[in-house]
Write a protein that binds this ligand. Sequence first.
Ligand code: HMG
Ligand code: MG
Length: 302
Amino acid sequence: MSIPTRVQLIDVGPRDGLQNEKSPVPAEVKIGLVHRLQDAGLQEIEVTSFVSPKWVPQMADNVDVMAGIERKAGVRYSVLTPNLQGYEAAVATRPDEIVVFGSASEAFSRKNINCSIAESIERFAPVVEAALAAGIRVRGAMSCTVGCPYEGEVAPQQVAYLAGLMKGIGVQRVDVADTIGVGTPRTVQRAIEAALQHYGLDEVSGHFHDTYGQALSNTLAALELGVWNYQSSVAGLGGCPYAKGATGNVATEDVVFMLHGMGIETGIDLDKLIDAGAYISDFLGRKPNSRTAVALLNKRAV
Ligand code: HMG
Ligand code: MG
C-alpha cells in the first residue's frame, strides 16, 4: 500500500476540544473558532454535540453555535447525536453530517453514554435511518479501539465487532479512535485493520489522542495502511470528560506540518491555522498544545 498523496482532516477542536474545558467558552468564541478554521482551509469541522447538558454542560449552546456560523460552501459541518432526542434537536440546525458514537469496550460505553454496546446500536439505528432519509451523512465514532480507561487493553476483535454493528445499521464511515492515547503504531494498525474488515479504505478515519505522545507516529502508521482521513484538534485542545486523564487530540498544526513535509496535500494554510489556534489559546489563557504552533509563533515573534 502506498502512502496517500492527499489527506482530509476533520478539525474536532470546537467539539472534542472544547467539551472538556473547565471554564465556559461563550458561543461567539466557538463561532469565531469555526470561522477561523474554515478560513484556514478546513473542509470538515466537528462543531458541537447534541448530548445531555447535565452530562456535558460545555455543549449546551449547540443550537446557538450552529445558528451563528456563516457557512462556507464546500465545508462539511458535523455534530454528535447519541440518540433520537439529540438527532431531533440537531436536525433543526442543518448539519451536513451527524455522528453516532459507540465504544469498542463495554465499560466505556456505559460510562460515556449510559448503555451497553448492543443498546447503543439499538439507539443509533433510528437516528441513522432518519438522517439518511433526510439526506444527511452519517459517521460512526468508535471509542477505545486500542485501550479503555476501565478495561485496559482492547482486542482488535472488539473493534471488528463494533464496526460490523455500525455497518449493519447503515453508518457510512467510521472513526477508529484511540480515546486515551495509549496506542502505538502497531496496535493502532491492528485496530484499523479490524475496521477495514467491514469498511473500505475511503470510509475509515483515524482519531488519535496524544496522551502518551504517540499520535503523530500513529498517524504515520495509519498512512502506511493507506488511511487518508483523520481527525485532529486545533491547538491540541481537548479530551473526553468520561476518560479521566486523557488529553487532547493530536494538534491539527502538528499533523499539517508533518503531512506538508511529506509532500501530502491537505488544502490547509498552516499560517492561518496557527492564527486559529492562537485565537482560541489566547481566549483560554495558555499556549497552544502544539509543538508546531509554538515553534512558528516563536519564529513570528523574532
Ligand atoms: P441517559 O441519562 O441514559 O438518557 O443519558 P435518558 O434517555 O435516560 O434521559 C435522561 C435525561 O437526559 C432526560 O432529561 C432527557 O431529556 C435527557 P430529564 O428528564 O432528566 O431532564 N437527554 C438529553 N438531553 C439533551 N440531548 C440529548 C438527550 N438525551 C437524553 N441527546 C445520554 C444518555 C447519551 C444522553 C448521556 O449519557 C449523554 O449525554 N452522554 C454524553 C456523552 C458525551 O457527550 N461524551 C463525550 C463525547 S464522546 C467522545 O468524546 C469520544 C470521541 O471523541 C471519540 C474518542 O475520542 O473516543 C467521539
Ligand atoms: Mg475524542
